[in-house]
Ligand binder design. Sequence first.
Ligand SMILES: Cc1ncc(C[n+]2csc(CCOP(=O)(O)OP(=O)(O)O)c2C)c(N)n1
Ligand SMILES: [Mg+2]
Length: 586
Amino acid sequence: MPRMTPSEALVETLAANGVTDAFGIMGSAFMDAMDIFAPAGIRLIPTVHEQGAGHMADGYSRVSGRHGVCIAQNGPGITNFVTAIAAAYWAHSPVVCITPETGSMSQGLGGFQEAQQLPFFETITKYQGHVANPARMAEITARCFDRAMLENGPTQLNIPRDFFYGDINVEIPQPIRIERGAGGEQSLQEAAELLANAKNPVIISGGGVVMSDAVEECKALAEFLGAPVVNSYLHNDSFPASHPLWCGPLGYQGSKAGMKLISRADVVLALGTRLGPFGTLPQHGMDYWPKDAKIIQVDCDAKMLGLVKKISVGVCGDAKAAAVSMLKRLEEQNVYCLETKGARATEIAAEKAAWEQELDEWIHEKDDYSLDMIAEQAEEEGNYLHPRQVLRELEKAMPEDAMVSTDIGNINSVSNSYLRFEKPRSFFAAMSFGNCGYALPTIIGAKVAAPERTAISYAGDGAWGMSMMEIMTCVREQIPVTSIVFHNRQWGAEKKNQVDFYNRRFVAGDLENPSFAEIARGMGAEGVTIDRLEDVGPALKAACAAQKEGKTTVIEILCTRELGDPFRRDALSKPVRHLEKYKDFC
Ligand SMILES: Cc1ncc(C[n+]2csc(CCOP(=O)(O)OP(=O)(O)O)c2C)c(N)n1
Ligand SMILES: [Mg+2]
């Protein structure tokens, strides 16, 4: 067995797993390994903050399907990773988070930058590898890489900092990649029979379809059945938007056409989706989930089957292989719904046309608060645009190969109705973890993995404030992106709750901001302020074109304070006050 140092064993194992890029902030803890990253073909991209590095690793893995890697200094560098790793966990991203730890000889003595680093990540990783002896560096590192792929999620590689040094004899393990099958014979057969006897089958195409590169197979199955296809929440890139069977996303600010069509389903095929609880809540005043329909759920994680929604058949398998197997079985039997293909196609086209028309005519929000804000702002100096109109303009000007990341906020949520994609691995929303500050660093990571594609991030002004310093990373490292900032001078999404539940008692909701375009210029990027609707599309197109010249642009769009529907009404209650002094706060 070759003789090497643990640092060499770590770096050689990264290389054996195809690592070419890592994100992080340098530190003495891992300097010995970092010193040989470049000769091993690994670029360490220095970020402004470790949270940014974690999100970049997430975006990198989501667009490429390869591991995202982040690394930082023990203690504070590692605690800064926590939010990003939690986000990657709920995005099912194979991120390997390398966490050098305080030295094994001083752990527990209260020295410098000491922390118990494993408990922080215990519930937000799929596997935690701790290098308990330097001789096991390659083995544990390799396992972290294998498990991240096997379980579709982040893993932690924890290394006491003194264990980078010494001499070991070790063989670098080859990556273990497990092929997934279609699922059990019996469950696949039952699923095919349910579909064959369905009158009105509807397919939900989920994140698993994106991850297993199953769009073509999902399309073939949908076309055979003539079934409408809806995207699961925030997986708008799981079916091509130009396809006649595409009906848009379910869930918050999703497609009314898709929701109406699924409400009439007698059999739903949930392909590659865990049917997350937030993604099927009532929307647009519609409780659309078909409670009496038979549900077939396909997921590669058996623990997700039937977890949230009652199901009739659960298939534990790969979305692609399962789609192929079900289609093959359907081709061999009588399929009831084929007779009504024409009529159902007409129904799909009619629902889609009605929704598009509604979106075209939905220029601004019409609730009392929004109307008051629009009237108030008309009296103010300056011009403010209706968010929905802005989102429609952005949609029209979007380049076809675009990758778009979205943040958490009211306008970002409304954008769900307007973000359509032709190919998978194009949409990177801040999934179920829902943290503000996600979009910019995530799209930077995506751009590193796919430099030939156009990279666009959306964020509200509040979320932008949390993350905008990573524009410095774009400029320093020449990673050109285009960032849209919806500048409505408020933490709008949460203010909406104060409108709905707290009688417009606004606490800590207003933001008096500087010019974000000016800040962008100060960081060395281009900065544009838009306050006319006709300038929105041309500004996006120009900024996207400028990416080819290596330029990063921040487009700040001045928006009214109107607010779309809230995230969720189900999670709040009207206030109750028993104490006399708070009696007016009801
Ligand atoms: C890290 C984090 N902090 C707080 C929240 C709660 N939160 C959700 S949306 C939101 C407001 C977002 O405001 P902004 O980015 O300006 O977008 P807008 O809603 O105004 O469109 C807040 C504070 C969160 N989701 N994540
Ligand atoms: Mg805002």
